[in-house]
Design a protein around this ligand. Structure first.
Ligand SMILES: Nc1ncnc2c1ncn2[C@@H]1O[C@H](COP(=O)(O)OP(=O)(O)OP(=O)(O)O)[C@@H](O)[C@H]1O
Ligand SMILES: [Mg+2]
Length: 322
């Protein structure tokens, strides 16, 4: 593990919660603050905010840096497979990107029957469903087993406060959410990226279990990958080494992702509605440690946290007043 626990504890005091930079119109997502300077670019500041169950729950030390840098690494690594929005990374937490028009679908790829929420593929399967988003699922599967092949399970982008809905290709086309040609092109990109991601992970002793891509139309009409890619926020990662043994003992796989926080929350009884339980510092530090561990395992190099106060550093690196 590349970062001392003491450093993570110190980081609790200066997490990046919100930004307010003079860079043009600001759009706040759950995790990223985007700025639109009006020149065809989008400046994405990945904050330390953590979201789960579609709610913002607080911050984790260094999460913004980890996510932004890991995403940039994956964008470079998958550039040949599909074009993406990345222009450059002027700060550990900042990506300058091509501004695109997001497609109104989240492109979720899955290779395993798993999940903790009531809308997960495992929850459906456990209730007896043998179809998910138009895909036939075999009988007799156990939780966390691999699907016969990777499947695309698109979900609709819910408006604020609502939860996303998993739907089939047919439903999307029937509802007129997207046209067939765009669906097919996007589906091919999602499959190709996921295959590449799984192969890279396998060579690092990791299993890329599932992931969510966002795609957008660039100014030239092409479809490009936007937002983030293969981060522990958008993906599930398991450790390959211990997977078989744990599966055969009926234990949960060792995971490297947001699942740790989701499980902690679920254990308190929180599943997305009502007041958010305050996350103790020990849990925040452990979650941060896991994000960094995932980043190190994937990139094969040690993450180096930047310890400067983030707001002043970001303003400086972008050449604006803090
Ligand atoms: N290149 C881009 N062009 C246009 N929009 C983009 C681009 N990259 C990302 N976005 C949008 O910017 C926002 C990023 O914010 P964030 O990741 O916090 O999103 P969110 O959807 O609120 O949260 P979550 O990822 O947890 O669902 C998203 O709405 C995403 O669709
Ligand atoms: Mg997002």
């Amino acid at each position: 593990m590349s970062v001392e626990l003491a450093t993570l504890r110190e980081g609790l005091a200066y997490t990046l919660d919100r930004t307010d930079l003079p860079l043009g119109r600001k759009v706040e997502g759950k995790v990223r603050d985007s700025y639109l300077p009006g020149d065809g670019t989008r400046v994405l500041v990945t904050t330390d905010r953590i979201s789960a169950f579609d709610r913002v729950l607080g911050t984790l030390p260094f999460k913004g840096q980890v996510l932004n840098q890991l995403s940039a690494w994956w964008f470079e690594t998958t550039r040949e497979v599909a074009p993406n929005h990345l222009i450059d990374v002027p700060d550990p937490c900042v990506t300058r990107a091509r501004e695109c028009t997001p497609l109104p679908v989240e492109w979720v790829m899955r290779a395993y029957v798993t999940g903790v929420t009531s809308t997960s593929i495992w929850a459906h399967y456990a209730k007896g469903a043998r179809e998910f988003c138009g895909h036939r699922l075999p009988d007799g599967m156990k939780k966390n087993e691999p699907l016969p092949e990777a499947i695309l399970t698109p979900s609709t982008k819910a408006h604020e406060g609502a939860h996303d809905e998993s739907v089939s290709r047919e439903t999307l086309l029937e509802r007129g959410v997207i046209d067939e040609a765009t669906f097919e092109a996007a589906s091919a990109i999602a499959h190709a990226l996921f295959a590449k991601g799984r192969a890279v992970c396998a060579s690092r002793g990791l299993i890329l279990v599932d992931t969510k891509y966002e795609l957008g139309r660039a100014a030239d009409g092409s479809i490009v990958v936007i937002d983030e890619i293969h981060t522990p926020d958008s993906s599930r990662y398991w450790l390959a080494d211990s997977y078989e043994g744990r599966l055969s003992r009926g234990e949960e796989p060792e995971s490297f992702d947001k699942e740790y926080v989701r499980r902690w929350l679920a254990a308190t009884g929180f599943t997305g509605d009502g007041p958010i339980p305050p996350i103790p510092d020990d849990v925040r530090v452990e979650a941060s440690r896991r994000y960094i561990e995932a980043c190190d395992a994937i990139r094969g190099v040690a993450f180096e946290p930047n310890l400067e106060p983030p707001l002043a550093r970001i303003a400086h690196n972008l050449g604006v007043a803090a």
